[in-house]
Design a protein around this ligand. Structure first.
Ligand SMILES: C[S@@+](CC[C@H](N)C(=O)[O-])C[C@H]1O[C@@H](n2cnc3c(N)ncnc32)[C@H](O)[C@@H]1O
Length: 256
């Protein structure tokens, strides 16, 4: 049974999701105007909406000494998901364009006394980790909010070490004619969810999985459906993709 506090936070979040139109000239300004009023209830609402994040992180098998960049990492909830493993990592970077969510991440870092987790206000298509290439890059429900998502993936390739891993979990719809072995959503699913999420500038695409499979060696793919708060029968489709950068990848060097 939800508490009164949760119901009030949910009402505030639903107001922002349903009625409040975002303002701003730039993508960063629009994101902040969308998230500023709902940052307090963000984690509690999204843990019932953004399914598969823990499963994606489990599949990544983060190992001691690794450096992990969470692109569009928001409040840092993903770092919490990996439990004690975080202490064994060399460094974690949470990159996001919404200051109100990054403030929540800073509070979490202070509360948990994580000394190896840093927050960066920056764009996922351009962020350069200060200490060079990294072992793992993740996008959890951020790719659908990044207008040039393909540039974000290509940038992730640039900052990953050879053999590095990428982990993505996000909403999607299947192509009308998917590759063999992939799910085929019926037309109503392919029509409804992109329209529904577009109201909040979340753009579902049938192209994520084919693009990711083209750029990375597949290690794991899962396709599922998850509950949506206050929509009793609806189940939104999402995927998990874990890929590896080819060890012989000769991606061009970048200079920070
Ligand atoms: C639905 S939220 C997901 C947040 C977090 N990854 C999670 O799982 O709770 C999408 C996030 O992507 C961020 N975002 C959108 N476009 C971005 C960009 N170009 N660069 C960095 N972050 C971005 C938003 O500010 C937001 O925090």
């Amino acid at each position: 049974m939800p508490t009164i506090e949760t119901l009030i936070e949910d009402a505030r979040t639903l107001y922002h999701l349903t009625f409040k139109r975002e303002r701003g000239q730039t993508h960063a300004e629009r994101l902040e105007s969308f998230y500023a009023g709902q940052s307090n209830g963000y984690d509690r609402f999204r843990e019932r909406l953004l399914h598969g994040r823990e499963a994606m992180l489990r599949q990544l098998e983060l190992a001691p000494g690794e450096v992990w960049v969470d692109m569009g990492g928001g409040t840092g909830a993903n770092v919490e998901c990996i439990g004690d493993t975080v202490a064994d990592l060399q460094q974690v970077y949470i990159v996001d364009l919404a200051p109100s969510l990054l403030n929540k991440a800073r509070e979490r870092i202070a509360r948990r006394q994580w000394r190896n987790v840093e927050v960066f206000h920056g764009d996922a298509t351009r962020f350069h980790p200060p200490a060079g290439k990294v072992d793992v890059v993740t996008f959890s429900y951020s790719l659908t909010m990044i207008p040039n998502w393909f540039a974000a993936i290509e940038h992730a390739k640039q900052i990953l070490k050879p053999g590095g891993r990428i982990g993505i979990v996000d909403f999607y719809v299947s192509p009308k004619h998917p590759d063999s072995g992939r799910l085929r959503h019926k037309w109503s699913t392919r029509a409804f969810w992109p329209l529904w999420f577009a109201m909040d500038n979340v753009f579902l695409s049938p192209d994520h999985l084919p693009f990711l499979s083209h750029h990375f060696k597949e290690r794991h793919i899962a396709e599922g459906r998850g509950k949506v708060p206050y929509l009793p029968v609806a189940r939104a489709p999402y995927y998990i993709f874990i890929g590896m950068l080819n060890t012989s990848s000769n991606s061009t060097e970048w200079v920070s």
